[in-house]
Structure formats: structure tokens, C-alpha cells
Design a protein around this ligand. Sequence first.
Ligand code: ZN
Length: 175
Amino acid sequence: MHFPSPLSRRLVSRQFFPWLFLAYLPASVQAHVHGEARLEIGLAGNTLELRLEVPQEALLGFERAPQSASEREAWRLLQARLANPAALFSLPAAADCQAANGPDPEHLRPLSAGDGHRDLILAYRWHCRQPERLRALDSQLFSEFPRLQRIRVDFAGPSGQKSGRLSARQARFTW
Ligand SMILES: [Zn+2]
């Protein structure tokens, strides 16, 4: 297996996406754009996995480690919000999906690129009884986090691969 850099190696989760998204790794080493997140969607069998890479700035308004009491409280509240995938993403009821976990705590640790920017990497997983009915995903991230303006999406599943963009106006990705 070949990785373009140690940074992108750090961005690879051993637990999630062991094979689906290695092709997208070079984008991970680019500097992030404030207001813009990346979402990888992987559907394999009954399992739907999401990996969200989002600038901390888009979620909290600051990119350093929490310092003041109010920043520490904001960080604590953010972790609670991110631990509830149902508040962030909606799946078609017909697909009968159950969230298998919230984000792995490891993924709530910010990644610092060493240039003053910090990304959060979040991973979510669902098990779906009717995965063939799973043809779309809605994101509430824009209403939850108004600083977020765009999400670049890469999907891989039985229907093939597809890329797209989400915004507050177009918060549904279909495949
Ligand atoms: Zn930044």
C-alpha cells in the first residue's frame, strides 16, 4: 500500500474505510478552506459509513485548543452534538438504518496541520436492513453549524462512484 505522506497516513482510519477511499487521500493533504468540509460516503453490503473532515473553525469559530472557560464549554457541547448522528444526517426511513456508533472518540481529537489550522475527523456508521432503498442522504450540518458553507462529497457504493457538493440550499446528496 502506498501513501503519499505521513500526514495522509494519519488521516487514514484503521477502523473505517479500509479500502474504499484510499484514492481520495491526496486531497486530504491540501490546506483546508474555511467553511468547507469533505464528506466521504461508503456503502458496502448493509453498512453505511461516513467520514467527515471539517475545519474546527467551521464548528467553533476558533482553531486553537480551547483556552478560556467559555471555549472549553463550547468544546464540550460540540462533542455532545457530534456524538448524535441523527441530529446531523437523515437517511430514508425505508432503508431502516440504525446508527451503529457515534464518532470514535479518537476522531474527535483535532488534527493540527502545523500551520495554525485544525481539522476534525469524524466517522459514523449505520447498519441498514434495506440498503437497496438507501439512495440519498440529507445533512443538517448547515443549519447546525452556520459557518459551514460547502461540503465536497465523494460516494462509493454498489452503484459506483459519484462526487458532488452540498450547501444549505442543496443539502441532499443522491446516488
Ligand atoms: Zn483553518
